[in-house]
Design a protein around this ligand. Sequence first.
Ligand SMILES: C=C(OP(=O)(O)O)C(=O)O
Ligand SMILES: [Mg+2]
Length: 427
Amino acid sequence: MSTEIIGVIGRRVWDSRGRPTVEAEIRLSGGAIGRAIAPAGASTGSGEAVDLRDGGDAFGGYDVTRAVASVNGEIATLLKGRDAADQAGIDAALIALDGTANKGRLGGNALIATSMALAHAAAAAAGVPLWRHLAQGRPVRIPVPEIQIFGGGAHAARRVDIQDFMLMAPGAASFAEALDWTAEVYRATGLRMKRAGKLQGVADEGGYWPAFATNEEALDELTAAILDAGFTPGPDIGISLDVAASEFGRGGRYRLALDDSALDTEGMIELLGRWLTAYPILSIEDPLAEDDEAGFIAFTSRFGRTCQVIGDDFLVTNAARVEAAAAAHSANAVLVKPNQAGTLTETRAALDAGKAAGFGTIVSARSGESEDVTICHLAVGWDAGQFKVGSFSRSERMAKWNEMLRIEEELGRDAVFAGHAALGRSA
Ligand SMILES: C=C(OP(=O)(O)O)C(=O)O
Ligand SMILES: [Mg+2]
């Protein structure tokens, strides 16, 4: 089927936080169509591609008129007549067309929607699911999910300091079983909160909105819920945290609102170290702020052999930063978010840099999402090994978990669950 691009459409659609976002649609001469929607973060790293928003509009600067116009204007002109199968060539042309270091002229949101729509169009033209198109015959695994139980930080009006209290079940036999186990803990958690009169609704990614007095209370409740659901907390099913420390730390000072404490880097590392001793924690993301490389190095050297240490705001899906982190031993895993990079080619490069360094690699959604399931296909097709989407109970998240179940079913007896080996550990 011919893969010449004959149409490029930018469209204003809506995300899960009630904010406008960008959809790109690419039409090929052979009849194939690819479509993708840009997500949006709330706790963003300063090194991310710019999510271009209008200034001074009725939505308080949330609108995407300019980013949609980028797709319908300059990007459409650039792409028409080109071959959709040339993902790397077109991504390079998009980067050059934007011409800025942070994709702030055309908008990282316009570029990532286009780049992902292009991959969908090429896969549709080839008549295969996107994950298979991306794998190009290489072996793949079904990733271990990181599933949120409590949301905090920037996703729950700072009700607790820590942004994500998640569950990981690398000991499950399959993705389907990992979801089964986690759903049982999720429901057990809800029951505990209801009984204690602490059920207050859900946070941005669908986890319970926690009415807790301390961060430790969330850890206690999660550990108790794992037990309530009939599991033994430990390596097979345990806790994963996204501290998102850039939200409350800068210049080596960390201000935890719940504990009413101001900690320096060493104090922050000691606090997390106490949690690692007291709770079944398998993975910690952004334990220190994005500007605290020395803190990341100290934390990874102390705990990286037994705990996964993920850089998100710290590495912003940037291959050069991942390579530098590998050289400095400042993390042992990288979170991969396509819209932090701005094109699929750059996203893939960051993931490949992580793999080359022996890092764990986690393809991740953003806190502002839609029904778009592209990241499921990236996680499988690029064999990331881990996958972070948020919680149950919000359909933009369930769309991804359910798509992954379909992919696992499609692979049938060939499906390999990534399991324990997928987690990053320092040598
Ligand atoms: C998914 C996250 O949140 P956001 O999209 O707000 O950055 C994260 O910090 O890992
Ligand atoms: Mg994060």
